[in-house]
Design a protein. Sequence first.
Lengths: 504, 347
Amino acid sequence: MSAASVAQVRLDSIGKRYSGTKALDNVSVEVAGGSVHALVGANGAGKSTLGKIVGGVIRPDEGQLFVDDRPVRYTSPREARIDGIATIAQELSPLPHMSVIENVFFGIEPRRAGLVQWRRMRAQYEELVAAWGFELDANTKVGALRTADKQKVEILRAIACDARVIVMDEPTSSLTSVETKTLHRMIRTLRENGRTIVYVSHFLDEVLELADTVTVLRSGRLVRTAPVAGETEDSLVAAMFGAAAEAEHFEKPQGSTAQVVLDVSGLSRKGVLRDVSLQIRSGEIVGLAGLVGSGRTELARAIAGADPIDQGTIAVDGTARSIRSPADAMAAGMAFLPESRKDDGLFLELSLAANTTFADLGTVASRFGVLRLALERKKTTSLLTMLSVQPPVPSAKVANLSGGNQQKVVFARWLFRNPRVLILDEPTRGVDVAARAAIHRLINNLAAEGTAVLLISSEIEEVLGLAHRVLVMRRGSITREFGADPPMEAVMEAAFGLGGRTIA
Amino acid sequence: MTAQPSDPVAGNPVAAEDPVSANGLAAPRVRSARRIRAEHIRDYGVVVFAGALFIYFTVATSVFLTSQNLLNILFQNATIGIAACAVTFTIIAGNFDLSLGSIFVLSEVLAAWAAVHMGVWWAFPVAIVSGMVMGLINGLLVTKLRVNAFLATLATALSFGGIAVGVTHGGLLITPSSSVFTFIGQHRAGGIQYPVIIFAAVAIVLQLVLAYTVFGRHLYGVGDNRNAARLSGLKVDRTVIITFVITGAACGLSGLIDASTTGSGTSDTSGLGGSLALLAIAGVALGGSSIFGGVGSVWRTVLGVLMLGMITNGFDLLAVQDYWQNIVRGILIIIAVAIGLVIERRT
C-alpha cells in the first residue's frame, strides 16, 4: 500500500445490532477518495457506529466493507491501520505518561537491532511537524496536553502511519471555536494531500463548511448521501428528524431584583483561580464564557466542592457555607453536572433507576437504609418520562443508551434533588439537536421556577441563547460582564483578552 | 444484567431486553433471546457449570449425592465462603484484599489466646473485633494514604501473619476444652454443623444488604465510577473503609470458627490461612463478579466457592490425584476471568 494512492471506501448493506436494538440497518455508503465525507444524524442514529465500522473498531453483523473495491473484514483498529485507515476517537486514548513524540511513533519507531533510533525519530518528527504546520513540543507528556493538542498528536500519528483514510468521531466536541478552525485547516490540508476524511459530527455548520459529501442517518437507516453544495442546515435537520426542527428563542428577564441565591466572593485557587466573585439570583441563568483553560470548569468545580479552594467564601441563600466536598455543596442546595458524563457522571453498568436516585437515595429508602424499589421505580419512571429519556425504563442499563439520553439521565439525578443552585458544565456536549433543544428548554424552565443556574459552555451560541447575564473568564479571573444578548464578537474579544477594559 | 442492584437475584437473561420490547421493537428481542452472548455466559455460566459438575459427580460416584457428603462440602467451605462473601463487597467497590488469610490466622490466634488467658467467652469478641481492626488498617491505608489496595493488603498480610507467629511462638495455642469454645465449631443444630448455618446466615445477610440497601447501592456506585460517586455527594473513603472492616470481621469470624473446630489456634500458614485469600478471591472471580468493581453479587460468590469445593470433594471421591484439582481450578478461574474481560472489551 503506497501512501500516495487515494483510498476509496465503500460500505455495502451494513447492519449492526446492540443488545436487540438495530444501530444500523442496511446502510450503503460510498466514500470517494480524497474527499471529506461527513456522517450526520441525531444521537443514536448510528453515525458513530458507522464511523467505527470503517475504522475497524466495530465489526458489522451484516454487509460488507470494501477498501479500493477489495472486500475487507477488520477485527481490530490495528488491522484497519495496516490498510491505511486510522481512527481518531471521540474520547481520545493516547498514552498519557509518554511524550508527544513517543505517542506519535508508538509501534512504528524507527529501529535498528530492536533499539529505537531516537535521533532518526526526532528528525522524522521535525519533518512531519514542519510539513504539516503543527506546533507541538515533542517532549511534553501527552497527559498534560489539552484536548485540542491531544487531537493533534493523534492526527500526527495517523499521518506518521501513512494513513490514507482518517475517521474522526466528533473531533470538535471539546474544542473552542478557534481550535475548531485550526482543526478544519488541518483537515483541508489533509484533503489537498489526497487523504480521505470521514467526519462524524453533529455540528451542521461545520459539516456544511468543511465537507464535500454528507451522509444523513436516521434511526440506523440511510436517509441520503448528497453533495454538501446542495444542502443547508435546514435541509439536513429536516433529513435527520423527518421534519424541520425550529430554533428556540428564550425571553430573558433583565435587571432581576430577586433574592441572591449563590454568592461567591474572592474565590482563589493557586495557579487556577484568582479572586473570583459572582452572584446569581433566584431564577437567573448566568453564562460563563471563556477559552478552554480560562478557569471556567475549575470555577464550577471549586464552587461545587469537587476541587479544594485556597481562599474565598461561598454563601447560599444568605448563609455562608464551608464547602470542602461535593457532599457539602449538595447539602447547601447545589447540584453540579460535570463536564464529562462518562468520567464523572454516569454509572454505566448500573440501571437508569440507580443512576437517577444515587445522589438522593434517602428519599427512596426506609429509615434503616432499606431501599423501597417499587417507589424508586415509580419516581424514576415519572422523571425519565418528563425528560423524555428513551427508553424511560428504570431497569435499563445506562451503557446501552445514546449520548443525549445518557446526558438526560445525569440531569435526572440532579433534578431528583430539587436543587437551589444548578451548575452545568457543558450540558449539551455530544448531544444531538433534538436532545439539545430539549435540554435548553429544561434549563430555561428550571430558571423560570426559581433555580439559580450557572451555565458553562464552549459553544458561545449556547451561552448567549440562554444566559440572562454573561461573565467572561480569562486566566482564572472574571474579566468582563455582559447583560442579556451581548454581541458575540464582544464576548469573543473579551475571551481572547482583546479590546474592552478589564474589570478585575 | 443481574448485576444491576435493582434486580440482583431474580433476573433472567431476557430482562435487559425488556425495555427494548417495551418500545415496540419486538423483532430483535426474539432474535437476541435465542442467541447466547458472552454476558450470559458470565452471568449464568457458573450456574450451568456448577449444575453440570453436580450431575457428573452424582453419576460418577455413589457417595457424592448423600446428605452427609453434601453437608461435608458446605462444612469444609464454610470458613472460605464467609470470607469470600465479605470480600465480594470490597471487590464490588473496586478494591482488593489479599490479607484475608492473615486476618483469619491472627484472629484465630488472638481468639485462642484470649480463651486461654482471659476466659473462653472473650474469644468471641476478640476474634471479631481484631478482624475489624485489621480491616480498618487496610481501609485506612487504601483510602487515606492512597496505597494501592493490592500492595497495601499484601504488606499487611505479611505483618499480620508475622504477629500471629509472634503470639504463638510458632506453635499451637491449645484452648481450654470448654464446650463454650468448641460449640460453634463442633456441634450441630438439626443435623447441620454450626459453621454451615453461620455461612448461610452471613451469605444471606450480605446478599440482602447488597441488593436492597442504600449501602449496597453505594458499593456498586463506587466500584462503577468513583468520581461520579464522589460528585454525587458520597463519602467514598468511608464506604471503602467499611468494606474492608466488614471483610476483616468476616475473616475474624472464620478464624474463630476454625479455632473452635480444632480447639486450638495456629499461626501455621501451611493450612487454610495460607490459601484462604486465593481461594476466596477465586470463588468471587469464578462466580462472575468483576474484579474491576461495579458488577457482582454475593450469591454468585457462594456458587463460585461451592464449585471449587465440589471439585475438591468430587475429585477426592474419584481418587483423582491432588495436583489435578489445582490444575482444573486454575483453568476454571482463567475461563471465568477471560469471559469477564471479553465483556469489558465489548462495552
